[in-house]
Ligand binder design. Structure first.
Ligand code: HMG
Ligand code: MG
Length: 295
């Protein structure tokens, strides 16, 4: 997946994690499992299904062990989870995650608010996590958040993004997902960021993770595609946000991403109608929860 003429795009479905982590009302285990199973059957091959973080910090992701134990695992699919520290990693390994992800940030304040440590401390913490995962034969993805803006600090320097991404690659992450956590990016700022990153990082190591706060996510994907990226994160029904980034509205919807990629002639291997059905399902569940709460 490394050159601009390649028509295959890898989609990482993050709805069950990045989407559901942000819901206010507790989503039942059965609904999380049904959502993941529907996404699996729709042909999504990479599904971020869980998050082994502190339940005091993100209550919605409590029960990740049960989620991983209850989903139907289709052969060849990769079910991944977030792991902020060794405690999370051990839980993810016990739950037989196929891949794990460490998540850092390009902004100091966001790092403190999200994972309660500085950027440097987070990298020190991730080193042993990545090493232990790799010893267990589990690949590790690295996230960099706030790559195009921070809810606390505003502008974020591309150089700061590059340094964190390089540190994550050097410790053994196979792929870096560049997170526009609050959706501030534009095609112009996306292009500038990628120009800096691509000077030092091979394009096939980078993924785009765009939130759609201002409706720019798809435009940013198109800019990234033109610059050779072929891996994008998206979320069924556009669910999402980050509990530690006020204003971070939904991720780019998988349905929207698919519609655009297919119209442009890219191959994803994903069945649009299956994803749409999963989107209808989870919207119904969330709507029912809200109605029950209001009653
Ligand atoms: P801390 O409070 O500094 O951690 O939190 P600690 O080591 O001092 O532990 C405190 C308590 O948490 C202890 O429990 C630990 O056992 C427990 P107590 O003794 O008080 O009962 N604990 C854990 N429990 C379960 N699993 C664990 C775990 N670790 C500690 N793994 C910590 C530090 C990193 C744990 C915390 O800040 C945390 O969990 N943060 C996660 C925040 C989060 O998940 N944010 C959303 C994901 S990031 C995102 O959405 C952005 C992304 O989508 C990309 C983008 O859009 O840009 C990825
Ligand atoms: Mg996100």
């Amino acid at each position: 997946m490394s050159n601009a003429s390649d028509r295959r795009v890898k989609i990482v479905e993050v709805g069950p994690r990045d989407g559901l982590q942000n819901e206010k009302l507790p989503v039942p285990l059965s609904a999380k499992v049904e959502l993941i199973d529907q996404l699996s059957r729709a042909g999504l091959r990479f599904i971020e299904a869980a998050s082994f973080v502190s339940p005091k910090w993100v209550p919605q992701m409590a029960g990740s062990t049960e989620v991983m134990a209850s989903i139907e695992r289709l052969p060849g699919l990769c079910y991944s989870a977030l792991t902020p520290n060794l405690q999370g990693l051990e839980a993810a390994l016990a739950a037989r995650c196929d891949e794990v992800a460490v998540f850092g940030a390009a902004s100091e304040t966001f790092s403190q608010r999200n994972i309660n440590c500085s950027i440097a401390q987070s990298l020190d913490r991730f080193g042993p996590v990545v090493q232990r995962a790799r010893e267990a034969g589990v690949p590790v993805r690295g996230y960099v958040s706030c790559v195009l803006g921070c809810p606390y600090e505003g502008e974020v320097a591309a150089q700061a993004v590059l340094e964190v991404a390089q540190a994550l690659l050097a410790m053994g992450c196979h792929e870096i997902s560049l997170g526009d956590t609050i959706g501030r990016g534009t095609p112009e700022s996306t292009r500038k960021l990628l120009e800096v990153c691509l000077r030092d990082i091979p394009v096939e190591r980078l993924a785009g993770h765009f939130h759609d706060t201002y409706g720019m996510a798809l435009a940013n994907v198109r800019t990234s595609l033109a610059m050779g990226l072929r891996t994008f994160d998206s979320s069924v029904a556009g669910l999402g946000g980050c509990p530690y980034a006020e204003g971070a509205s939904g991720n780019l919807a998988t349905e929207t991403l698919l519609a655009d990629l297919h119209a442009l002639g890219y191959e994803t291997g994903v069945d649009m109608s299956g994803v749409q059905a999963a989107g209808r399902y989870i919207r119904q569940v969330l709507g029912d929860l809200q109605r029950q709460q209001a009653a």
